[in-house]
Design a protein around this ligand. Sequence first.
Ligand code: TD3
Ligand code: ZN
Length: 308
Amino acid sequence: MPLVSGKLLFEKANEFGFAVGAFNFNNMEFLRAILESAEEEEAPVFVQTTESAIRYAGIEFLSGMVHAVKDKYRIPFALHLDHGKHVETVLLAIRYGYTSVMIDYSDRSYGENLEVTRRVVSLCAPLGISVEAELGQLAGIEDNVESQEEFLVDPVQAKDFALRTGIDALAPAIGTAHGAFKFKGEAKLDFERLRKVKELTNLPLVLHGASGVYYEYVNEINRYGGELEGAKGVPDEDIRKAVELGINKINTDTDLRLAFVAVLRRLMSEERKNFDPRKFFKPAMEEVKEVVKRRIRLYGSSGRASLF
Ligand code: TD3
Ligand code: ZN
């Protein structure tokens, strides 16, 4: 049971109360690390690419790799477009065999978000491709805490949006941010808001900007010449709570990047005579596998492949 529609993953996760890991890739090393880890954990998984990943690698390479290896794995997994900002990218993803897409008009007006998301659902639903949309905006580290509230999801609006678009999953902004610098002080997620959104929509929900930004990797990077002072992520405890409150897909990119680069920085500093990139990439890929497995366990999705 290899490449499946995101619908299937969203529905099972919502029914059984766990979250499926959604990990980003730009290259063979990350894709392999994600699929091998999910296979070893017997976990369903989303592999996903942003528009910038598509610009970097080309959609032929990204989708081509996934389709070339899909029968090697027994776990169910979906190929997902992360943060699709243009309907044209959604059409491209459909053409290249993606099984799930996100249309992200969260930075436009509510009316525009509604209209474009409806259009994407009308394109994808007949093809069995799932659609994720977003309401509210992810905070940046520079936003001050007081002014943040207006960027968070409005639960009543979420209910209206769900009913009028027919989306398969919703990403509600509840105080997380993308990248390695998520919070100035303590991490602060609006769990009450999350509880409300779940109660009013009963939709599969997606948590973006969820990386833990583990200090082991940040410290290793800083020790070997990096400058990531002040990096901060979402504590594991908050992830567990979010899953309990109804999060069913968790996006993680930064944690994989940090693990990979931590190993690269150390090895490139220690192994000064080596110029075979594989000798750097292989151990870096192994570290990405470790962090993917750690996240999959945290999300409660280990062993869940047997549900499909
Ligand atoms: O959608 N994504 C992944 C791509 C964002 C750009 O890196 C996320 O929500 C992941 O967030 P995080 O916490 O890994 O940066
Ligand atoms: Zn995101």
